[in-house]
Design a protein around this ligand. Structure first.
Ligand code: SF4
Length: 263
């Protein structure tokens, strides 16, 4: 059984190995993750249907196709949410569909990525998901829809991790290089693109091999304080920010490494 790694996990590791250790190895629960909203989920599903099910023999859908997809995916939302979603999707249609002469069929929508890396005699399974994957002339474009009201970009280091992991997994799955990651802000009609390259892959390989050594020998989980400590839910256990840290509770279930090694 491989040790599972995702962009979220590797980003957490990159921020602070000690917080990673508490969260993923000692299994201390934290409330740092919030689920996506019902409106955001419905928008993602409507766009997936819009790009997946369009008859690509016709070059361009008209706005009724977008309305149709929204009607199918907005069941159960409030009247306000439905109206807000309609406005967002009409804006999306005007900016990213009606302005084109034709649209191209994506390679995949709402896809999952899987990839493998073998480091320190440990097998890592890379997992993740994306909203849309498009073919470009010279590689792949990975598109993530964002339904936030303002443009909030991840830190550069978090983006590098995400791009590098996707690079590895997509190259293994499709035999093609990732050329860019695009964040598409639905409410604002803006697309922000980040280039990807082999250096991103090398960067995450190095990071995973660093993680593998810590997992293998179960040491080196040193706290790395920084501005991220303000959002950390493990401060009470952390010697870097607490003069008298509490003892770490016993794990309630096996760590992933124990499962991977079948201990
Ligand atoms: S408080 Fe800061 S240094 Fe301590 S575990 Fe949390 S993120 Fe790491």
């Amino acid at each position: 059984m491989a040790y599972q790694i995702s962009a979220t996990k590797l980003q957490a590791y990159n921020r602070c190995p000690y917080a990673y250790y508490l969260r993923y190895e000692r299994k201390l629960t934290s409330n740092e993750f919030f689920g996506s909203t019902a409106l955001g989920t419905a928008l993602h599903q409507a766009l997936a249907q819009c790009h997946r099910d369009w008859n690509y023999q016709d070059p361009l859908p008209d706005v009724r196709w977008v309305h149709h997809c929204w009607a199918q995916n907005s069941i159960g939302l409030t009247a306000n949410q439905i109206a807000e979603g309609t406005e967002i999707l009409e804006n999306y249609y005007r900016t990213f569909i009606a302005s084109e002469t034709s649209i191209h069929q994506p390679l995949a929508v709402e896809g999952k990525i899987h990839g493998f890396l073998q480091v320190e005699n440990l097998e890592f399974l890379i997992v993740g998901r994306y909203d849309r994957l498009d073919f470009l002339e010279d590689g792949l474009e990975l598109i993530d829809y964002k339904s936030s009201k303002e443009i909030k970009l991840p830190d550069d280091s978090e983006l590098d991790v995400q791009i590098g992991l996707y690079y590895v997994a997509l190259e293994q799955t499709y035999g093609q290089s990732l050329k860019c990651l695009s964040l598409l802000f639905l409410r604002l009609g803006e697309k922000i693109q980040f280039e990807a390259g082999p250096e991103d892959k090398e960067h995450v390989q190095e990071m995973i091999s660093n993680l593998a050594v810590r997992l293998r020998y179960d040491r080196g989980w040193e706290p790395t304080p920084g501005s991220h400590c303000d959002r950390c839910t493990y401060t009470r256990y952390c010697p870097a920010v607490n003069r008298d840290p509490q003892p770490i509770p016993e794990a309630t279930s096996k760590s992933q490494l124990q499962l991977a090694l079948n201990l």
